[in-house]
Design a protein around this ligand. Structure first.
Ligand code: FES
Length: 158
C-alpha cells in the first residue's frame, strides 16, 4: 500500500493497458451502461480536506479494486487513500459520495441509476457524484471533497 502525507504526491503503479476492457472491475451488469472515456493525458486529483494529490498517468490507469476503471474511487484506493464504498463500487449504495469542486466538466455524465443512489446521500450538492462511477477524462485537474461523514475511514488509515 502507498501512504502519503499532506501535500504529498502519489503515483499510481497498478497498470491498465488501454483496450483491455475485459479485465475491468467494478462494472454492474444490472444497471444502465456507464459511458466513460479513459484519460489520454496525465492529470492530477486533489483530495480535500486532506490536500492529498494523486498524479494519474494515462498509460497506467488502475483497474484492480473497486469502482469503474479509472474512477475517482478506483484511483483513490489504488493510491492508498481509503474511502467508504459499502457496495464494492457497483452503484448500489451512496457511501462513496464525493463533491467534485473542480473539473466536473471533464468527468463522464452520471446515469439515472447514479442519480437515484445519490438522492440517498446526505449533504447532496449540484457537484455531487458517486466516486465509483465518476471517471475523469484527464482534460482537467480534479479537486474532490470527501464529505465530513465519510472522512473517519480516511483519517484512521493515514
Ligand atoms: S461504493 Fe456503492 S455506490 Fe459507490
Amino acid at each position: 500500500m502507498i501512504y502519503c502525507t499532506d501535500f504529498s504526491t502519489i503515483n499510481i503503479h497498478k497498470f491498465f493497458k488501454p483496450g483491455d476492457i475485459s479485465a475491468m472491475s467494478g462494472i454492474n451488469p444490472y444497471i444502465e451502461k456507464q459511458e466513460f472515456e479513459l484519460p489520454k493525458v496525465n492529470y492530477r486529483i486533489t483530495f480535500l480536506p486532506m490536500k492529498k494529490n494523486v498524479e494519474v498517468f494515462s498509460a497506467e490507469i488502475p483497474t484492480e479494486g473497486d469502482g469503474l476503471p479509472g474512477s475517482i474511487l478506483n484511483t483513490a484506493l489504488s493510491a492508498g487513500i481509503d474511502m467508504e464504498h459499502s457496495c464494492g463500487g457497483v452503484c448500489a449504495c451512496s457511501t462513496c459520495h464525493i463533491i467534485v469542486r473542480q473539473g466536473l466538466d471533464s468527468c463522464n455524465e452520471s446515469t439515472d441509476d447514479e442519480e437515484d443512489m445519490l438522492d440517498l446521500a446526505p449533504g447532496l450538492e449540484p457537484q455531487s457524484r458517486l466516486a465509483c462511477q465518476c471517471v475523469p477524462d484527464g482534460s482537467q485537474d480534479i479537486i474532490v471533497e470527501i464529505p465530513e461523514w465519510n472522512r473517519n475511514l480516511v483519517s484512521e488509515t493515514h
